[in-house]
Design a protein around this ligand. Sequence first.
Ligand code: GLC
Length: 747
Amino acid sequence: MNLNKGLASLITVAVSVTCIAAGSAATDQKTETRIRELLSKMTLEEKIGQMNQLTGIGATEGRMGEIASGQVGSILNEVDPAVVNKLQKQAIKKSRLGIPLVFARDVIHGYKTIYPIPLGQAATWDDELVELGARYTAEEASSDGIRWTFSPMIDVSRDARWGRIAESFGEDPLLNGRLGAAMIRGYQSDDLSRPNTMAACTKHFACYGAAEGGVDYNTTILSPELLANVYLPPFKKAVDAGSATFMCSFNDINGIPSSGNRALLRDTLRNAWGYDGVMCSDWSSIDQMIPHGYARDLRHAALLAVNAGVDVDMESHAYPNHLKELVETGEVSMAEIDEMVANILRLKFRLGLFDNPYVNMKKASVYYTPEALAAARKAVEESAILLTNNGILPIKDNGIKVAVIGSMADDPHNQAGTWVFDFEKEKCLTPLTSLKEIYGENLTFVPAYDYSRATSKEEIPAAVEAARNADVVLAFLGEESILSGEGRCRADITLPGIQKELLRELKKTCKPIVAVIQAGRQLALTEEKELADAILYVFHGGTMAGPAIADLLTGKVNPSGHTPVSFPTMSGQEPLYYNHKSTGRPAAEDVILIDRIPVREPQFSTGVSSYLMDAGPKPLFPFGYGLSYTTFEYSDPVVSSTSIDRNGKLTVSCTVTNTGDREGSDVAQLYVRDLVGSLVRPVAELKDYRRLSLKPGESKTVTFTLTPDDLACLNANGEFRAEPGDFTVRIAPDSEQGKSVTFTLKD
Ligand code: GLC
């Protein structure tokens, strides 16, 4: 059997069964009529022109001829509103049919106002806040004429070595799906034709995050079960949220590059899920099917991409060079071309570009509104994760002497994170700026290292001296922004450069140390956990990270971030994720066995269970974890019944109490375990979550509802449905805690 053919049908059956094809925004007949009328007037060359996307960087003016002859349908990377209007006028006034261009840009976590990287936004577990940030982002970017962003990225990412984990919402399918949908709503609002919206582009379809070894662009080997249960569900949520466009991924899935994967792009996305938006290639991903060894040449790549259903060719030049001939030889039908061009025209109609194509120059370039800055600051406040705290935090006394050590305290460029093409670092407020406002002359700053990879130890003595003269040390550590993002994968995911040695030397002063770590991924922090008295972790926070971090350190804001990824004890533990399989020998105990094996011990059978002897069986910090300056207590869960049938539903409740002395927020998480399956099931699956804000002593009861659909999974017969049997359920503040209660699903 052709695995991929079988896989394709399996995917389609598996995922389609659960999904009433809600599809993208409702297609209205008036638009469809206008599309058909326009298509009937277009030449083949003009149709192919719509399928061609070219970059504007540096070549914009040079595009004037191509635009006038209808050879370009969309332009990415032009952000000057006056130039956008000039090019748009060229398309509308000079091309034969006057079809407007659409201008696109990678606006990934903010345009001018930069929000935390998506991995940081995931740590907020706050759908509404993520949506709000996307809304303000769309208002900023669209004011320069950008009406199409290549975001959200919802690739489930289980390997911290992969640099693009920074752009994802982490390791869980539900979190990626819900926050991706939130971003789509924010970008598109409820009316995409408004000029202050952007078409979302859900990416990278699909399984890009499953890159073998955490190496970018690498092959992915995935079972039908993993596809159906883990990697595809977030994308279905994006379809249901009405994502106007999708982008196919660079990688192959079981040997088929996504840019040529018909089962994925047509059979699953369009036929099973009812998607009617645009499918855009990734940058030159069509021509990359040649080095993949999947296409003989660019002509063959063009044929494969059309057959798969890639509507827009981003910078491969495959379509403009070969589609005409492929139609003339009959290898591609005009009907196929018309269907793909219809998707593109539909996007432009939905964006309102035929009626309102130009940037309103009276309202152009509107950035940094108070609302956007406030949302960006709140996003940092809610994304920061208090990993450890022996009580040193919050720093209550503003009169003490503080040593701020580490250049990451005052590094706007690196504070912003990856994918910030339009970021203005002079607008970025750093932690040092904000801390100086609080501590004034009592603050001493020593950069200690010029950049995170720096190897010079020359400034360590000065740092140690500053620590000796202070009451508390704030050690700002982390990764430069360039150490994550596309093509930025690391085998060693510890603090780079001399940072560890710096921390060791600071520890020798016996002064209390707070480590503030800013990074684009979860790092292996086993030693830092022992050396620091507290760790505040901030995934690159963007424009407003400075005041937010200062407020978190001084207690003006109570940390409430929860990890969207599992933090490893060491790099070699990757890939590492909470929703793993049990195996036949689940790790018996949480020990570092390698430290306990007697010298010259004969071969023995104890301890032979499923984990790495030197890394241990557990993460350093589990998925869903986060501390607060207060404490919370979770009651045992209460279920509405101990069994449900296929038409039933189960409610699960738990009372959460703030048992501390200050207000705080926590994230109540609902985890389920399917105890027996026809395919083995993970030890836990997140099924819902809710942020709760509680005053001291206050209790709130949180209630979640589970239906058999929530328990559905791919079974051994290739059906996507819940299997009868026993499940456990718990409500907890992270993926490892919580008392479980058992219930049964009856057939
Ligand atoms: C890049 C990325 C993709 C991005 C595109 C356009 O290579 O893979 O995420 O949207 O090219 O810049």
